[in-house]
Unconditional design. Structure first.
Length: 76
């Protein structure tokens, strides 16, 4: 799946992005969502820098029209 490969490839290209987990849902509890991901950043500043980063924006150009994104940011 192109989306998963390109999202995983963000790691190492965007400073502060430590880990990227993405995959296709296999659970009936998904409320209709088919694909999900979790990204771990060094801190809030890295998360804030991620959004406008050129590599991320290039991904969004083709991905946004294809998905209904739901984003949740939290500290753990």
């Amino acid at each position: 799946m192109r989306a998963a490969a390109e999202i995983r490839a963000l790691q190492g290209q965007i400073p502060g992005l430590l880990e990227t987990f993405v995959g296709v849902n296999f659970s009936a509890r998904s409320a209709g969502y088919e694909f999900g991901g979790v990204m771990k950043f060094t801190d809030r500043a890295a998360l804030e820098a991620y959004g406008p980063h050129p590599v991320h924006k290039k991904l969004l150009e083709w991905l946004v029209p294809l998905v209904e994104a739901v984003e949740v940011d939290f500290e753990g």
